[in-house]
Design a protein around this ligand. Sequence first.
Ligand SMILES: NC(=O)c1ccc[n+]([C@@H]2O[C@H](COP(=O)([O-])OP(=O)(O)OC[C@H]3O[C@@H](n4cnc5c(N)ncnc54)[C@H](OP(=O)(O)O)[C@@H]3O)[C@@H](O)[C@H]2O)c1
Length: 254
Amino acid sequence: MTAQQTQGLAGRTALVTGASRGFGRAIATALAQAGAQVTGVARDGARLAALQAELGSGFTPVAADAADAVVAGQLIDRYEPSLIVLAAGASPLSRPLHQQTWQSFSRIWEVDVQQVFHWTREALLKPLAPGSLVIAFSSGAALFGSPLSGGYAGSKATIRFVASYAAEESLRAGLGIRFVSVLPQLTPETELGAAAVAAYAARDGMDVPSFLAARGPSLTPGQAGAAVLDLAAEADGDGSGAYLLAAAGLKELS
Ligand SMILES: NC(=O)c1ccc[n+]([C@@H]2O[C@H](COP(=O)([O-])OP(=O)(O)OC[C@H]3O[C@@H](n4cnc5c(N)ncnc54)[C@H](OP(=O)(O)O)[C@@H]3O)[C@@H](O)[C@H]2O)c1
């Protein structure tokens, strides 16, 4: 962790959804270790309690549904975070289009897009304090598609749009709240990513190690944590932006 990454995080109030595992857990850990007071939201209370045992008083677990509008409003009112990371995400059913049902196809809309909509709306309505930052997790699939994940790619593209619309509203109202989206590359290092990698490898008739070897280094949850610290440490800029996140780091999209 560099001095620049930890700059300004000591005592800062952060809220991370999806904190029970994967990227969200690593992001909550990185923020707590950088001195932020972190509230972590996920449905699995036992995993959150285990993380609190690891991180101590700098981490507050909240077992709740991040896609619930009431949860978003209540937690923003209670904790008044100046940094919100929306990393909760449902796992898509890894099947081709015609083997999806409408319910499986639309699941990511109901969880991920609904979550980003509610929290973004509450952040603007509150409004969060000037200088606050909201980071929404989209996906590289938003650019390249994901034919084995139903509506996943389209919903993740919508999340990128929602973050950019919110940044525009913040600018128009002079709120000084930054809204950015992060588009990670597919990685086998989380439960969600491992299931997708296995499905795409099988579709290509490859074993998982050969499939991964052809793709180069995999993004790790720790790198996602470091990327969030980098975004939090950045100067205000124009308050918007979308960033591809790969093992090589963050790359802003034009
Ligand atoms: N891994 C990849 O390859 C990859 C690539 C691109 C984008 N992404 C995106 O990155 C984000 C994080 O993914 P990940 O790979 O870390 O997934 P993961 O390991 O499966 O973790 C997902 C997290 O989201 C939480 N969650 C799911 N539904 C929730 C809900 N309704 N309310 C609260 N928490 C909920 C889960 O906790 P509970 O089950 O305890 O609720 C868990 O903590 C997702 O938005 C995903 O789409 C991942």
